[in-house]
Design a protein around this ligand. Structure first.
Ligand SMILES: C[S@@+](CC[C@H](N)C(=O)[O-])C[C@H]1O[C@@H](n2cnc3c(N)ncnc32)[C@H](O)[C@@H]1O
Length: 240
C-alpha cells in the first residue's frame, strides 16, 4: 500500500503483482550453475503459451498499459525497481482489468541475468533508461555487454530489443555496444544481432515513438530522440 504518487488513494496491485513467493531465494549452487535460479516466467500468466514481451524500467506503466490493450494475445511483464512507480503502474493495470500483464518490483538487470529462462521472450523494451551521466556511475547503465548478452539469451530467434533515449551521450555509449554486438563473429559467424530502424508500434497518439511518460515530457521540451531495434539472429550465436 502506498499513498505517494496516488494523491491519497490506496494503490492496489491485485493480481497484476508477481508475488514474492514466485521468486524463491537463489540457491547456493548459482555460481557453479548460473541456470539454477531460473523460473519459468511464462507460467505467471493465464495463457503461458502466448508470446512474452518484457519492459525494463516501466516507470508509471503508460507503455505497458496501452500496448497490452492493443495486443491482448501477448503477455507483458513490466519490471520497475522504484516501489512507488511499480505500485502506481500495477494499480493502473489492475483497474484497467488487464489479465495479460504482470508487474515485478525488482532490479531488471539482475532479474534478466539470473531468473529468466533461455529463448522465452519475443521483445525486450527499454525506453528512456536512466542515463547516469557521471563517469563514475556509467557502470550502472543498463546497456552494456551483460545486458545485451542476457537479451540475446532470453530472446527467441528473430526476437527484438527495442531501445529509445533522448540522451545523446548515453546514445553514443550505446552505439559502441551496438557495433560490437552486430559485428560478424569469429570465423565469419553471423552477428548476434542485426540492427534495424525503429518502427513505432500502433499508438493512440500519432507521431509518438512509444508514448511513454518520458517521451511525452521530452517531446514538449523539443528534445531529439534516438531509437533502434536489435534483432536476434535466427541461429543462436555468442559474441566473439
Ligand atoms: C527515466 S525513467 C523512464 C520510465 C519509462 N520507461 C518512460 O519512458 O516513461 C527510468 C525508469 O527505469 C527504472 N529503472 C532504472 N533502472 C532499473 C533497473 N535496474 N531495474 C528496474 N527498473 C529500473 C527507474 O526507476 C525509472 O522508473
Amino acid at each position: 500500500m502506498s499513498f505517494g504518487l496516488s494523491r491519497g488513494r490506496r494503490l492496489d496491485p491485485g493480481t497484476v503483482e508477481v508475488p514474492p513467493e514466485a521468486l524463491p531465494p537463489l540457491p547456493d549452487s548459482i555460481l557453479l550453475d548460473p541456470a539454477a535460479g531460473r523460473v519459468d516466467v511464462r507460467d505467471w500468466f493465464a495463457d503461458p503459451g502466448a508470446p512474452l514481451e518484457i519492459e525494463v524500467g516501466s516507470g508509471k506503466g503508460t507503455f505497458v498499459l496501452r500496448q497490452s490493450g492493443l495486443q491482448p494475445g501477448t503477455n507483458f511483464l513490466g519490471i520497475e525497481y522504484a516501489r512507488e512507480f511499480y505500485l502506481y503502474a500495477a494499480d493502473r493495470l489492475r483497474r484497467a482489468g488487464r489479465t495479460n500483464v504482470r508487474m515485478l518490483c525488482t532490479d531488471a538487470a539482475e532479474f534478466l541475468h539470473w531468473r529468466v529462462p533461455d529463448a522465452c521472450a519475443t521483445v525486450v523494451h527499454l525506453y528512456f533508461p536512466d542515463p547516469w551521466p557521471k563517469a563514475k556511475h556509467h557502470r550502472r547503465r543498463m546497456v552494456q555487454d551483460r545486458f545485451l548478452e542476457d537479451c540475446a539469451r532470453i530472446l527467441r530467434p528473430g526476437g527484438e530489443v527495442r531501445i529509445v533515449t533522448d540522451h545523446a551521450e548515453y546514445w553514443a555509449w550505446m552505439e559502441g555496444y551496438f557495433d560490437r554486438w552486430t559485428r560478424a563473429g569469429a570465423g565469419g559467424a553471423d552477428p548476434v544481432f542485426a540492427r534495424e530502424a525503429f518502427a513505432a508500434p500502433p499508438t493512440e497518439r500519432d507521431g509518438e515513438l512509444v508514448g511513454t511518460n518520458f517521451e511525452r515530457k521530452y517531446r514538449e521540451e523539443g528534445r531529439t530522440f534516438h531509437a533502434t531495434v536489435l534483432r536476434r539472429a535466427t541461429e543462436k550465436r555468442s559474441l566473439g
